[in-house]
Design a protein around this ligand. Structure first.
Ligand SMILES: [Zn+2]
Length: 262
């Protein structure tokens, strides 16, 4: 049974529904256990060094929990084929709202999600928050960080395996890991995912939002708002890894136009 850990709550999710969209691309094998354990450890460390809001302390904890749970149900609907569902076994979803001035959110392998409260002040609606979270979850489901980590191992860590790099240079390797998997706090030698990966995450994110009962078009509203913030002199951290140029917005509009029952 897949689990969703939200704050101090532990809730099992019921898998229901049928996949009404095209079949996802399946990976051939599961994620390297070292990736999952590093991810778990980095998330645990983040929780001890940053303030996570508990329900009752911040009005938006409930919003984040509700939207995340909707999206996780959508993921299980999308991956409802038995072969695909097996791929979700490595996920133990966990979601926290953190006290952070940065406008950002990220998701690590295994389903470890951080939402910063400054982001929720910008999203302003369940649908917009769903658009951001679905996009970040899509990057993990599509294993976009794995290729980046491989590239980093080759270019910066002497071509070692992740395990070997961790033994030789633990701090550096963990920082590179955060970078590879899109933690905006660690933007450095590698900036953001490729355009192709962003398109794929936008597409799967839109599908997940739709399956979760949100309007996929909320993504347009959110990213236009981010562009406005940038234009007004602010630089939301999410934009450091997710530039929103005309091409990206046009592609996003195309994706949403092509969606059945948009
Ligand atoms: Zn992205």
């Amino acid at each position: 049974m897949p689990l969703l850990l939200i704050g101090s709550c532990l809730a099992g999710l019921t898998l229901t529904g049928t996949d009404t969209v095209s079949t996802p691309n399946y990976r051939q094998k599961g994620t390297d256990p070292t990736i999952l354990s590093v991810s778990e450890s980095i998330y645990r460390e983040f929780k001890t060094t940053h303030t996570a809001w508990e329900a009752g302390q911040h009005a938006e904890v409930e919003t984040v929990n509700r939207v995340s749970a909707d999206l996780i149900r959508a993921i299980h609907q999308r991956y409802s084929d038995p072969k695909a569902m097996k791929e979700l076994e490595e996920f133990t979803w966990e979601v926290h709202l953190f006290q952070q001035k940065k406008v950002d959110a990220w998701c690590l392998p295994g389903g470890k999600i951080a939402v910063y409260d400054a982001l929720v002040r910008v999203t302003q609606s369940d649908g917009s928050l769903a658009a951001v979270l679905a996009h970040e979850m899509a990057h993990v489901l599509l294993k976009h960080g794995d290729a980046r980590m491989k590239q980093i191992l080759k270019e910066f860590l002497g071509g070692k395996s992740l395990q070997a790099a961790l033994s030789a240079k633990p701090t550096e390797t963990r920082d590179f890991f955060r970078m590879a998997y899109g933690n905006g706090d660690y933007v450095g030698v590698i900036r953001g995912f490729s355009v192709a990966d962003e398109k794929a995450a936008d597409r799967l994110g839109a599908v997940l939002c739709s399956l979760a009962g949100y309007q996929p078009g909320e993504a347009i509203v959110f990213w236009e708002r981010m562009r406005y913030l940038k234009g007004s002199g602010r630089q939301p951290e999410l934009l450091s890894t997710h530039p929103v140029d005309e091409e990206r917005m046009a592609n996003l509009r195309r994706i949403i136009e092509e969606m059945p029952g948009k």
